[in-house]
Design a protein around this ligand. Structure first.
Ligand code: FEO
Length: 388
């Protein structure tokens, strides 16, 4: 069994083959469902369960320790961490589920766990295990309303569940290659945590104040150098931004030419720019690039009188993930008219970036159009420099 420290063992399972999470999020590095066993002098607690697909492997890991757990702490009700609780309670019928009120409501709804199985804890309440105690910190909205941290003060181990995690499967328990994990954790932050930036800032301060020696999240590897992931979250959730991200889709080269013209124009200035073709980039790549960019430009052809679905998807994602971008620009091409610009702009309602005047051309851009695109780009770049 894998040892985190004297009183804590890792029970989790690696899911190296999974390709999609929530039938939505690509998993280039697989994922893991982490779970931990904390052994006090009098009582034993398991922190979080595993995904139902891996419940047998997880329970076998637990049985191999010979422990008879008194408690299972549910930091979060989403089934990748809670799904195994039903089988756990069948195996250990005397054990109780320790969680907060909101999480209990959700577990009752999602897993039909009866009310008498729960012990409810409030913010900053403790659970004594004998020589050890678990402290609970309610941290709603990272990323569900039920989420909480569990802190093992005597061993200085923080269990923040999804928060600070990464979809990263590995046989190494602790982070060895911070560069690899940085990318994976940023992708995870972008896809799952970014919409909750104000809450993230608050709970990041809480995690720093607790000053753990080890951070043991419920996805990815364990951090024995917590400052690595804490400073990465500080960077991603802070105010600093890079400059321009172009997200475009092109059917017959017109929009690609526009995107390339914008990129060339910016490359000749002090403004930094990155461009992604929405047909090639996956959701995670787009999300990751949105984390710290100041201006997002979405380029679309006109299809059936409106926006291309890939461009609509980018606008939808921008709206859902709520990046800190201050500017949104829409550009594109049409052959006989349509409502491409209105449709894309209409998808952005959750956030209020300054929407730049659209840049639309008819058909393949002419030389005159190219000059207009350059002027439009220079004006946007000047605005960015002013706001810097
Ligand atoms: Fe990893 Fe929100 O579940």
């Amino acid at each position: 069994m894998r040892k985190i420290c004297d009183k804590v063992l890792a029970l989790g399972v690696q899911d190296k083959k999974r390709k999609l999470f929530d039938a939505l999020i690509p998993l280039p590095d697989g994922t893991s469902y982490n779970s931990y066993l904390v052994t006090g002098d009098a009582k034993t607690a398991v922190i979080d369960a595993a995904d139902p697909m891996f419940v047998d492997e997880w329970l076998n890991n637990l049985k191999e320790t010979g422990a008879k757990p008194d408690y299972i702490v549910a930091n979060h009700a989403e089934q990748d961490h809670s799904g195994g609780i039903v089988d756990f309670l069948r195996e250990y019928p005397e054990a109780k589920v320790v969680t907060n009120l909101k999480c209990r409501e959700m577990l009752s709804c999602l897993l039909h766990i009866p009310e008498e199985k729960f012990i409810l804890v409030a913010d900053r309440e403790k659970l004594e295990l004998g020589g050890l105690s678990l402290e609970f910190y309610l941290t709603p909205w990272v990323h569900w309303p039920d989420t909480m941290f569990t802190y093992l003060r005597e061993e200085e181990v923080l269990f923040p569940c999804d928060f600070l995690g990464a979809h990263y499967a590995s046989d190494d328990l602790f982070v060895r290659d911070e560069q690899l994990v940085y990318r994976s954790a940023k992708r995870y932050y972008a896809e799952i945590m970014m919409p909750f930036r104000p809450q993230i800032r608050k709970y990041l301060a809480l995690a720093k104040n607790l000053n753990p020696k080890i951070i043991a999240p419920s996805h990815g590897q364990v951090y024995n150098r917590p400052e690595f992931i804490l400073s990465a979250y500080d960077e991603w959730s802070g105010e600093r931004t890079r400059d321009v991200l172009i997200l475009y889709v092109s059917m017959h080269e017109s929009v690609r030419r526009m995107a390339e013209r914008i990129q060339r124009e910016l490359e000749g200035s002090s403004v930094t720019v990155k461009s992604l073709d929405l047909v090639e980039a996956d959701l995670g790549e787009v999300a990751m690039e949105l984390v710290d960019v100041e201006a997002v430009l979405i380029g679309s052809p006109t299809v059936l009188g409106g926006a291309h679905p890939a461009a609509a998807y980018a606008a939808f994602l921008f709206n859902a993930l709520r990046p800190k971008a201050k500017y949104l620009g829409i550009f594109g091409s049409y052959a006989w008219g349509g409502r491409m610009v209105e449709q894309l702009a209409g998808l952005v309602t959750n956030v209020k970036p300054e929407v730049l005047p659209p840049m639309v051309v008819k058909g393949l851009p002419t030389e005159e159009d190219e000059e207009k695109i350059s002027a439009w780009t220079r004006e946007m770049a000047d605005n960015l420099k002013i706001s810097h």
